[in-house]
Design a protein around this ligand. Structure first.
Ligand SMILES: CC(C)(COP(=O)(O)OP(=O)(O)OC[C@H]1O[C@@H](n2cnc3c(N)ncnc32)[C@H](O)[C@@H]1OP(=O)(O)O)[C@@H](O)C(=O)NCCC(=O)NCCS
Length: 195
């Protein structure tokens, strides 16, 4: 009998912007998310076929990334809010259970941070339930400051400096140049909507 081999762990080169051609793979992932009890803590939008088609075909300022394992999408990340007029995008991530615990989440976070910096964001925000210990630990490790609460969730901010890869614990990663604590308490006195 042949020994079962673990599927290879995806890397940062397997992360890319979602495109219309990915709608079937995205719909399959959304179906898994809708059935995943862990995803009760992840509800940025409904996980339906309609949403998969909309997001795969989406063209706008917001960013939707997929983490690919062959033809399958095993991770999903988003930066939203720009289209609605917010200055600071909101980040969300999900990994399929089969690849959790393999330190891939950090790669997906870094890719989102880079996309946010490229699009001119000074910082990113996210919401997380305090009892989602893995997610909270991940975000803290990446440098997020949790300074507020909204709708029963912690609200975290991370300051970004253009051209840097904040957090992540890799020796080659540059840290954000600006003062995070000052940035996280700075009010949004820029044009555009604030939260
Ligand atoms: C949140 C999520 C993306 C994290 O991915 P993951 O692969 O499970 O996380 P990782 O293995 O990379 O672990 C991240 C960190 O969490 C911490 N961690 C891991 N397991 C933990 C546990 N059981 N308890 C506390 N902390 C834990 C560790 O600090 C770890 O970092 P380190 O081992 O490098 O020091 C993933 O669990 C997921 O998709 N969950 C469901 C959806 C979700 O909750 N999304 C976030 C909504 S805000």
């Amino acid at each position: 009998m042949q020994a079962q081999t673990e599927p290879p762990t995806p890397t940062s080169s397997d992360i890319r912007r979602l495109a219309a051609a990915d709608r079937k793979a995205l719909a399959a992932l959304f179906e898994r998310i809708a059935a995943d009890p862990a995803a009760r803590q992840f509800h940025p939008h409904p996980f339906t076929l309609e949403q998969a088609v909309r997001i795969a075909g989406y063209q706008g300022r917001d960013v939707y990334l997929g983490l690919f394992a062959g033809d399958e999408i095993v991770g999903y990340g988003m930066l939203r809010g720009w289209d609605e007029g917010f200055e600071v995008p909101s980040l969300g991530i999900y990994l399929h259970a089969s690849i959790r615990g393999r330190h891939v989440a950090g790669d997906l976070m870094q890719a989102l941070h880079r996309a946010a910096a490229r699009n001119g964001a000074g910082r990113v925000r996210l919401k997380v339930y305090a009892d989602n210990q893995v997610a909270v630990a991940l975000y803290r490790k990446l440098g997020y400051d949790f300074t507020a609460e909204e709708g029963g969730q912690l609200v975290g901010f991370l300051a970004l400096a253009p051209g840097t890869q904040p957090g992540g614990g890799h020796p080659t990663d540059a840290q954000p140049a600006d003062d995070r604590s000052a940035a996280s308490t700075r009010s949004f006195k820029q044009p555009g909507k604030s939260r």
